[in-house]
Design a protein around this ligand. Structure first.
Ligand code: ADE
Length: 264
């Protein structure tokens, strides 16, 4: 997987590429990141990337020429020409895990970091093939958003995570249940580690029991419970079996009762 990032702040990416998962993927050769300084695609002495808006008003607008030039030069090396060109902007479609999965199927992605004051609209209309927002809030530029896209897509590249299952089991990931359709989204179950008792707070006993079937049932129920309490709208898309449905019905009747593995 290769990301080409077009930005006026290439130095922004130094730290996020130098640690954690992205560093591991770079070192492991599963990921390549090319940073392209937008100013390298200007043609004036001052390396100007923005200008005043037509029609007046405050702020500056990123000029189209350097961005078109940058992207066209990147794509010149790719004869198939079907590399997604993603503009990061608060007006884009929302980045959710299915979008991340879709992106992870491409071998190469171009990310254009906008500036919130503005970007010439011709970039969105005639250059970008997709526009993505990481949330309904406004950042002053697309660099943080590009970092988010790179991180969550890279996690899905085979071989990047130590244990591939951990990606599958994550909240919002696909559950590894063979034969069931994609698109299920359930929050993760709670995790605990040693000590079993910390300041009087005890780890649920079932997790210490060594009974794998009971642990599995408890995890499923806690995941359903968490989803119902925190993101109930997600349950609408979840394929629930008889046991799940019975559990959720009981929970709704008595939401104050603790979830036990035997319940249901
Ligand atoms: N640029 C500014 N705000 C953004 C957002 N919410 N998502 C992606 N890019 C942005």
């Amino acid at each position: 997987m290769q990301f080409d990032v077009v930005t006026i702040f290439p130095e922004f990416f130094g730290s996020i590429l130098a640690c954690g998962l992205l560093k591991r993927a770079l070192v492991g050769g599963q990921l390549t990141v090319q940073l392209h300084d937008l100013r390298d695609f200007t043609d004036d002495r001052h390396r100007t990337v923005d200008d005043r808006p037509f029609g007046g008003g405050p702020g500056m607008v990123l000029k189209p020429e350097p961005i078109f030039r940058a992207v066209e030069s990147l794509k010149a090396g790719d004869p198939a020409g079907n590399v997604p060109v993603i503009l990061l902007s608060p007006q884009g479609r929302l980045l959710r895990q299915p979008v991340v999965e879709e992106l992870s199927r491409h071998p190469r992605i171009v990310l254009i970091c906008g500036r919130y004051e503005g970007m010439d609209e011709r970039v969105a209309e005639h250059l970008a093939t997709d526009e993505i927002s990481i949330g309904d809030y406004v950042l002053s530029g697309g660099e943080l958003a590009a970092g988010v896209v790179m991180e969550c897509v890279t996690r899905l590249i085979p071989g990047v995570l130590g244990n591939e299952e951990s990606a599958l089991q994550d909240s919002f990931g696909e559950e590894a249940i063979p034969g069931q359709q994609a698109g299920r989204r359930v929050l993760d179950w709670p995790h605990y580690t040693r000590p079993a008792e910390f300041r009087g707070l005890c780890v649920p006993e079932v997790l210490l029991s060594g009974d794998h079937a009971e642990v599995h049932r408890w995890r499923r129920r806690r995941a359903l419970e968490k989803t119902w309490r925190k993101r109930p709208e997600l349950l609408a898309d979840l394929p629930l079996d008889h046991e799940d449905r019975k559990f959720l019905e009981d929970l709704k009747q008595a939401p104050w009762l603790p979830v036990s593995p035997q319940q249901g």
